[in-house]
Design a protein around this ligand. Structure first.
Ligand code: HEC
Length: 195
């Protein structure tokens, strides 16, 4: 009898442990899927605004549009949802986009992986960890530099002087220049606190 209840207890504990692990894996997977959708939404909205303002007033006007609208677009997408998103970078243009310690670690890891030959488009990291002291699911996905980005993030010869002046005016501490095609410009960072 004693043996019976002891083995029942053990198997229940083992089963429950397995349950917890599985549930966490599934939750993390679901979070990862939702994060990818959220990234698509933000990337699409930013691209649409960028393309529209480039067409309307050229890159100089687009710098002003980004300055005024990037944060508002991001905040709009974060409204009323559990998942929060931002863009960040080791060399950021807007100080409001600077990485926290965890994001910095992952961005550095992405740089090492890219240096060892992994394609930037494949760099994704998901983890259950802390965000501002709270347990959270977190995901980062690297953003590669494409041809359209060089006008505002490339080397001095890529950035027209008037665009450069505008960037300087809105972002006197700008670090987001000197990138080449295929570099890691930064990353989308998504999180959901769970406690
Ligand atoms: C017309 C100029 C312009 C172009 C073109 C442009 N950007 Fe930016 N980018 C900006 C400005 C201005 C900011 C700062 C936005 C803000 O205030 O949040 C910025 C910010 C960012 C950030 C957020 C991190 C930071 O540095 O503050 C990322 C990531 C980024 N850009 C990636 C890209 C990528 C990738 C492309 C090409 C697909 C691109 N940008 C094209 C002007 C531009």
């Amino acid at each position: 009898m004693k043996f019976y209840s002891a083995s029942l207890l053990i198997s229940t504990v083992v089963l429950c442990l397995a349950c917890t692990v599985q549930a966490t894996d599934q939750d993390l997977q679901r979070f990862s899927q939702h994060s990818q959708e959220k990234i698509k939404t933000l990337a699409g909205a930013l691209k649409q605004t960028l393309v529209a303002s480039m067409q309307a007033g050229g890159p100089t006007a687009a710098v002003a549009t980004c300055n005024l609208q990037a944060a508002a677009i991001t905040a709009g997408i974060n409204l009323d949802t559990e998942l929060q998103i931002k863009r960040t970078s080791l060399k950021y243009r807007n100080p409001a986009n600077q990485p926290d310690a965890w994001e910095r670690d992952i961005l550095q890891k992405f740089s090492q992986q890219a240096a060892s030959g992994v394609a930037v488009s494949q760099l994704v990291h998901t983890e259950k960890t802390l965000k501002d002291g709270q347990t959270a699911y977190r995901l980062m996905r690297a953003i590669p530099v494409g041809p359209a980005c060089l006008t505002c993030h490339g080397s001095d010869s890529d950035i027209p002087p008037t665009v450069s002046e505008h960037i300087q005016k809105y972002y006197p501490q700008d670090q987001a220049r000197g990138y080449a095609l295929g570099d890691i410009r930064g990353a989308f960072s998504v999180w959901q606190t769970i406690e």
